[in-house]
Design a protein around this ligand. Structure first.
Ligand SMILES: CC(C)(COP(=O)(O)OP(=O)(O)OC[C@H]1O[C@@H](n2cnc3c(N)ncnc32)[C@H](O)[C@@H]1OP(=O)(O)O)[C@@H](O)C(=O)NCCC(=O)NCCS
Length: 219
């Protein structure tokens, strides 16, 4: 798939160079719910690579964290974006007391070893209490090479529509203070800031950010 994507952009660049205009090559975009087993690895890699500042302090370095996330992904709390059958985006949700990552203590122990205790100590600071009427967007990431092409907006619109059709009253999320581009994307879709939560020391040092902005959209 990576090879096909490179060929597409090479052809497009060549045409631009020779004839001076750009061609749009048709993208077959799908938004799907759930995690196919064959996609678990790539989904975990996109999450880890896009949000390493959150994932590394909780699950450890990539070599341990990616297999853990792969194992822990929860089927009905994950939304996936595919372009030409290649997974390029993912969103993880929390609602009705269940999040998009879940596994037993013993499976976690098997994959993370003593790192389980780091996961417990650092993980709780990122946890959010989610009321029954709320759909919480815990995470969203698009592979770096596919950003800025509208995939994030498609994922968000799917989630907003789902929240509406399932009778939730709002969608909530939390964005770190330094992620101004993601914040402006949420604002453009109608989310508004409702609170700023300080990250207490020493977690502010561990994660490298000092506050998280809580945002909400009524649906
Ligand atoms: C935030 C993110 C999911 C948006 O997905 P996307 O497919 O790039 O978004 P879209 O193409 O639908 O919309 C583009 C808008 O996204 C925002 N954006 C945020 N981070 C961006 C990035 N690294 N690259 C491009 N756009 C980004 C911008 O507001 C941009 O609008 P602009 O082009 O007018 O500046 C994606 O950029 C990403 O994975 N970032 C890294 C992980 C992350 O920060 N997740 C959010 C955690 S709260």
């Amino acid at each position: 798939m990576e090879k096909w994507r490179r060929t597409q952009s090479l052809v497009s660049m060549l045409i631009k160079f020779l004839f001076g205009f750009e061609i749009g090559i048709r993208m077959d975009i799908h938004i799907e719910w759930g995690v196919e087993d064959k996609h678990r690895s790539v989904i975990s890699e996109i999450l880890y690579d896009s949000l390493s500042e959150k994932f590394t302090p909780v699950f450890g370095d990539r070599s341990r964290g990616v297999p853990f996330v792969k194992e822990a992904l929860v089927q009905d709390r994950v939304v996936v974006a595919q372009v030409n059958r290649e997974v390029i985006g993912v969103a993880g949700l929390q609602f009705h007391n269940k999040g998009y990552l879940d596994t037993s203590f013993w499976k976690s122990w098997k994959l993370l070893g003593w790192g389980v205790f780091r996961m417990i100590i650092n993980g709780w600071i990122l946890e959010s209490k989610v009321p029954k009427d709320t759909l919480y967007l815990d995470t969203i990431a698009v592979a770096e090479h596919s950003r800025g092409k509208g995939i994030g907006v498609m994922l968000l619109n799917e989630i907003i529509q789902f929240a509406h059709s399932e009778g939730f009253s709002c969608v909530k999320l939390s964005v770190i203070d330094t992620n101004t581009r993601a914040k402006s994307l949420y604002e453009r879709l109608g989310f508004r800031e409702v609170a700023v939560e300080k990250v207490p020391y020493p977690w502010s040092r561990t994660f490298g950010f000092s506050s998280a902005i809580k945002m909400v959209l009524g649906v």
